[in-house]
Design a protein around this ligand. Structure first.
Ligand code: AMP
Ligand code: MG
Length: 487
């Protein structure tokens, strides 16, 4: 285990120089204090979890102190927001403090979000509020625990610094970890500003550090793009299978590594609803739950456009064509597993679609349905779940098809079925209302609920005694919470 001053830095992105990022010092928060830390994320840096409770921890991640080897930089990028190109983006309120490598030789970017104004802040104050920092922290660690690739979060530091949104709130910082903070928008920036040399430098940097195996391929950049397509197809398949709605899939929020990145008004589905829009300023539903699939492809084609200096248009198009079939294969594989199926049949896609349509029509809780389906032998579980459906005859027809399908799947014991299904069907997800309860308590200075919720979500598949209240459908007040985008 390392102490805080024993981190080993190697700031590879900072070395690319001033065309890529600007040196900016963090603006400290007043009276910084630890809200919550993730032991699992601490372990990624080989840090002893106990150091999170020391005053120097809150000072470091509240912007008061810096390691001598840190080189805080605000990165420049651009991107397509809601379908339109915005040439002026960049880290407006976050700083890449530096890159650390752990004993296993893994590099981790330390990114401090809410660290004050930068040259890319435009009209913004450079701050993040406690509410949005807690949501990012909980979501990144919860997604990781579900097996969904995500940036990670080391801690949230709260403060007494006033920050104005719709009302006065308090400033906070999240320390985000990722192997890279390079976005689709980084490539777009150098493409649209016509800086071919820097764009080549960026591409080389990403290839060498993040896709080294592609260097061996006959066309390394094409291989790299293919890998980005594959990773994003797999990521979005996981979002869809587990009911995660990102909310702001702008190309500046898309990671080149295919991880969930930049959390805003995200939500996990409570009731299944393909048309769900979690971002209440997304009036056209561009980033609705089911639209995430075609938007993934749209975003990849925006990246492809920015890669035309390196790769032929034909090869880019052909590679983009892989996205949808890859997505569908991953998605179906995950949904089969969620249904307890270990073999594949041609009609499985239809079986899944019919179920989702029934759930949609009856507003059935997406997470609990699958968990309960695995609780008992199929026939018993189905008889119990039937009550949740308005169209009971429709459900019966589906249940018959499912029972027949389970029978054809082959022999396995009920105990095996339960164990297998519970291993892929979480009991606990980050429901908006649970996050809201934790935020309300934290805003009045009580951090115990954030910490407890984080603990529960770190083992989403394991039934935890005494935690039944975290595995319930939302109460009426918590069903359609409007999550403010001003974070
Ligand atoms: P987001 O919607 O959070 O992905 O942010 C879009 C752009 O606005 C990015 O360039 C952010 O850095 C910037 N931004 C968001 N909030 C703030 C803020 N409070 N102060 C300065 N810049 C911000
Ligand atoms: Mg963003």
């Amino acid at each position: 285990m390392k102490a805080l001053d024993e981190l080993t830095f190697d700031n590879r992105f900072a070395r690319l120089g001033d065309a890529f990022s600007t040196h900016v010092l963090p603006e400290p928060l007043d009276e910084p204090r630890l809200v919550v830390a993730s032991d699992a994320a601490m372990a990624l840096l080989d840090l002893d979890p106990a150091v999170a409770e020391t005053p120097v921890f809150a000072e470091l991640f509240g912007g008061h102190k810096l390691w001598a080897e840190a080189e805080p930089r605000a990165m420049v990028y651009s991107g397509h927001q809601f379908g339109s190109y915005n040439p002026q983006l960049g880290d407006g309120r976050g700083l890449l403090l530096g890159e650390v490598y752990n004993r296993a030789g893994e590099h981790w970017d330390l990114h401090l979000k809410g660290a004050g104004q930068t040259p890319y802040s435009r009209m913004g104050d450079g701050r993040a509020v406690l509410r949005s920092s807690i949501r990012e922290f909980l979501a990144s660690e919860a997604l990781h625990a579900l097996g969904i690739p995500s940036s990670r979060a080391l801690c949230v530091i709260g403060s007494s610094t006033p920050v104005w949104r719709e009302k006065q709130e308090r400033g906070a910082m999240v320390l985000r970890l990722a192997h890279s903070h390079i976005r689709f928008g980084h490539f777009e920036y150098f493409y649209y500003t016509k800086k071919p040399e820097q764009q080549a430098e960026l591409a080389e940097h990403v290839l060498k550090l993040h896709f080294p195996e592609c260097q061996e391929q006959p066309e390394p950049y094409l291989a790299m793009f293919r890998e980005v397509v594959e990773r994003n197809a797999e990521l979005i398949a996981k979002w869809q299978a587990y009911g995660f709605c990102h909310g702001v899939m702008n190309t500046d929020n898309m990671s080149i590594l295919g991880i969930t990145f930049d959390f805003g008004p995200f939500a996990f589905l409570d009731d299944f609803d393909a048309h769900f829009v979690c971002n209440h300023s997304d009036h056209e539903g561009r980033y609705s739950f089911s639209n995430q699939v075609p938007i993934g492809q749209w975003n990849l084609s925006a990246l492809a456009q920015a890669l035309t200096p390196f790769i032929s248009v034909d090869a880019l198009k052909e590679t983009l064509g892989l996205y949808l079939p890859l997505y569908q294969a991953h998605y179906l594989d995950l949904m089969r597993r969620r249904l307890g199926l270990t073999t594949a049949e041609d009609d499985d896609q239809q079986l899944v679609e019919r179920l989702l349509q029934l759930m949609q029509n009856s507003s059935v809780d997406y997470t609990l349905f699958f968990r309960r389906l695995g609780d008992e032998p199929a026939a018993h579980a189905l008889a119990r779940l039937r009550d949740d459906f308005v169209d009971m005859l429709g459900f019966d027809a589906w249940a018959d098809a499912y029972k027949a399908r389970v029978a054809r799947n082959g022999e396995y014991s009920e105990a095996q079925r339960r164990a297998r299904m519970h291993a892929v069907n979480p009991l606990y997800i980050l429901r908006n209302y649970l996050a809201q309860n934790a935020i309300t308590a934290a805003e009045s200075g009580d951090y115990s609920e954030v910490r407890r919720l984080h603990e529960v979500l770190s083992k989403p598949f394991e039934e935890q005694p005494g935690m039944e209240q975290y595995a319930q459908r939302p109460p009426d007040w918590g069903k359609h919470l409007e999550i403010s985008c001003s974070s």
